[in-house]
Design a protein around this ligand. Sequence first.
Ligand SMILES: Nc1ncnc2c1ncn2[C@@H]1O[C@H](COP(=O)(O)OP(=O)(O)O)[C@@H](O)[C@H]1O
Ligand SMILES: [Mg+2]
Length: 257
Amino acid sequence: MVEVRFEGVTKRYEDGTEAVIDLDLTVNDGEFLVLVGPSGCGKSTSLRMLAGLEDVTEGKILIDGNVVNDLPPGARDVGMVFQSYALYPHMTVSDNLSFGLRMQKGEARLSDSEIATRVTEAAELLGLSEHLTKKPKELSGGQRQRVALGRALVRRPKVLLMDEPLSNLDAELRNQMRTEIRRLHDELGTTTVYVTHDQIEAMTLADRIAIMNDGVLQQHAPPLTAYNQPANDFVKGFLCKHIDEIVDTAAKLFEER
Ligand SMILES: Nc1ncnc2c1ncn2[C@@H]1O[C@H](COP(=O)(O)OP(=O)(O)O)[C@@H](O)[C@H]1O
Ligand SMILES: [Mg+2]
């Protein structure tokens, strides 16, 4: 059971910017939540506070029932995937996948055979088995992003966090990876928070979406509920902008599932 909760969370940066204002949000165990909204609305800040990369100004963040406000990122058991996936260019895919595990010290340290098992598993899950001895420059963009995803998954994190992970990929690859990320989620069931500014990604990936604007949560609901019963004019305008494209993509994805 890994539930994530934001309780009255506000983030005020040193320059006075209120990036997130009084956020109350619960992500259920095993849920795929997409945080969506226009650029600058506070999505990354929310995710970074959850990961421990930014301090919380006010309020509490709970993972699995424990307040994590004062825990460093490494102690939170979250895996994170970013838009810029920054693989180690001189290391093989296999070494990139195992690097984080090999760096763990003390009690957290896994045996070499456990590390090897996890790498093999992640590679199979992500279709990377044949590429384990390659260097990142020999891979396509999609394969590189899969390695980045694998690097987060080998830790078997309690919570998986992704911040615009597909933004650097072309449209076709983005579609393909979107399907794959959802399939992975259905297979692993890890509680996931996924950030995007892209309505289509949000509508097609999420169990529920949390729509933000100017640091304020506007609506938290399943995609179709938000679409059919938008909480306000902002949500209505935001979700309807690309509706034809959303419906087409969703139809295609559901066919594939
Ligand atoms: N380190 C920072 N210092 C001051 N303001 C910041 C900082 N990082 C982000 N912001 C501001 O906080 C707001 C939310 O940013 P962010 O969470 O990155 O939005 P999003 O991910 O939705 O595009 C924006 O106004 C942004 O300019
Ligand atoms: Mg962002």
